[in-house]
Every structure is written in structure tokens, then in C-alpha cells.
Design a protein around this ligand. Sequence first.
Ligand SMILES: NC(=O)c1ccc[n+]([C@@H]2O[C@H](COP(=O)([O-])OP(=O)(O)OC[C@H]3O[C@@H](n4cnc5c(N)ncnc54)[C@H](OP(=O)(O)O)[C@@H]3O)[C@@H](O)[C@H]2O)c1
Length: 316
Amino acid sequence: MTERPSQRTNPLADSVAVITGASSGIGEATAHVLAEDGADVAIAARRSDRLESVAEEIREQTGQAVAVIPTDVTNSQEVNELVEETIEQFGHLDIAVSNAGLGVNRPITELSDDDFSLMRDVNIDGMFYFARATIPHLCETAGNLVFTGSMAANHPRPEDAMYAATKWWTRGFAISLQGTYGPDGVAVSCINPTEVRTEFGTQTDQKFTDRFDKGDVTEPIEVADAIAFAVRQKQPNAITSLDLYRRDKIAHFWAQSNIRHTETNRLIPYAHTNMYCWYNSPYRWRPVVASWGESAFLGRHPTRPAVFVRPSHQIT
Ligand SMILES: NC(=O)c1ccc[n+]([C@@H]2O[C@H](COP(=O)([O-])OP(=O)(O)OC[C@H]3O[C@@H](n4cnc5c(N)ncnc54)[C@H](OP(=O)(O)O)[C@@H]3O)[C@@H](O)[C@H]2O)c1
């Protein structure tokens, strides 16, 4: 029987990867996993001390070469230098992971100009600069370009419209680039996770490592594994999109069309039924499930009174 690609040892041997946002979370885990699979890695982010300790660990654990290249992805010149330095140190580029990103997760009426610019600069401009700089090299090696998208790239996110819009942009950019550079042999992937236990949320003091317990949501290493699966694909295959969702997550969309406020008879948007429930521990996810069969008790906000909702078919 032919060997399954997933069973190859060192499937990325002789490959070179560059990863942005590698000083923590998904990017850090991805650097580890790609090095474990045999790639030499160039790791980028702004915090050079964090990058140095990530590099040290990877070298010790895998024996692969690691280049630390401090970079602010919002600066196109720095991004160009990141890619040039990677080529200078390793000679070629096979894998580029565009992962640096952040969310200032607030409704738009509460977003300042600076919040807006920050998300746009990192999540959109940074990903554009990185793709523009890496694609010519990936065309030479028939390489893989990966974007970290989000579940917010696939669905409405009423409470986080700006963040969601940046991720819709990312997914649109990725799939369009696949159309442009697929004929040159490049694979472009957009990996879309639901919540991951990382430092995401730092900008609003709601770091996901503090908000979620282990086992509640996806771990960074699990997203890294999905990225590794995408970049193991060689000509003629590409993983163009990979949704890594928490198993109960889609249930909230199903609940959306069936929940109405008992007093106003208005549909409760799904964001109220998942985001706000979460904050209102100890109910967490349970009210959404309960709301299907019986009336449910939902806390709209920890500091505001809760509301009763029940399935719309009981009202109309
Ligand atoms: N965590 C989740 O629930 C989740 C879900 C779906 C998608 N995502 C996406 O996953 C990606 C990685 O986030 P994460 O969850 O791993 O969060 P994280 O732990 O906060 O990591 C974010 C990374 O981006 C880097 N970064 C931020 N601004 C930068 C800039 N201007 N220049 C260079 N690097 C910058 C940070 O490094 P420095 O601060 O050192 O620069 C850090 O390494 C993001 O694109 C995020 O939107 C996250």
C-alpha cells in the first residue's frame, strides 16, 4: 500500500518557513510544530525577548535552525526586510504563515479611531504586506501561504463587526490569491478557528488565557496542527479553507432564529446568546441549549439585569 502523507516522518524536511505573530499563541505553537516536522523557521513579531526564548526552546527540542527577526507587520519596509533576511539566511522560502493579528472586541460605537486603525493596520495592511513580499519566493518553490482567519471570517459577528470585517477581508484575500497564484503552483490556505486559548483579547483586558479554562476551547497547538496539515499539501493539492470549530459552536446560529425576547418579541441576535452568556458565569453556554426546549434565563451583561427569553414558536 502507498504511504499515507500524514505518516511521513519529517514531512517538511529541507523546507523553510516564515511565521508572523510567533511570539505567542498560535504563531508560537506553529513555529514549534513546523520545526518538529523538519522545517527551519524564521519567527517574527515585535517582542524580541519573547522571540528569543521561543527560538531557544525550538532549537533545543528539534535541532532545527531558527532565525529571530523582530518585525512590526504594519511597517511594509520591515516586512520586506523580514522576507529578505529569511532568504539571505536560508536560501529559499517554502512556507509563509500570515498569523499576526488582534482584536479590539467592542461594538463599533465604542471603538476609537485608534482601535479601528490598529485592527486595520495589523489584520489587513500587515497581511497584505506579508503576502506581497512572500509570494514571489513561493512561486519559485511552489510553496504554501497560510492565513490565520477566524470563524468570524465566515459568519456575522454583531458585537465585533470591525474585527469580523478584517477576517472576512482575510478570507476573501486568501481565496482570491489562490485564484491568482494557483496556476504558478502556490497553495493558499485560510485557517478559521473558533476561540483559542492565547493572549488574544489583551487589547480589551480579556485575554483568552484568562477567560477560558483548559478544555473549554481550542488550544494553540491544535490550530498549529491544522496549519501543519495545510502546508504538508504539495502540488497539485491545496487546502484553501479549513474551519476548526468548537463542536457546540454552530448550535448558537441554530438557536438564533428561534429565540425571542419575551417582552419585546424581538429576535435575540446570536451574539447575545453566546458572547454575553459566557460572561455571565455560571450559566456560560447552557442557556442557549435550554432555550430550545423551554424558556431560558439569559444575562445580557454582568452589570445589567437579565432577561427571560423563550423559543419564538411559543410566542407567535
Ligand atoms: N485566539 C483566538 O480565539 C483566535 C480565534 C480565531 C483567530 N485568531 C487569530 O489568530 C491569530 C493569532 O492570534 P493569537 O490568538 O495567537 O493571539 P496572541 O497570542 O495575542 O498572538 C498575536 C501575535 O501577533 C503579534 N502581533 C500583534 N501585533 C503585531 C504587529 N504590529 N507586528 C507584528 N506582530 C504583531 C503578537 O506579537 P507581538 O506583540 O510580540 O508583536 C503575537 O505574537 C490572529 O490573527 C487572530 O486574529 C485567534
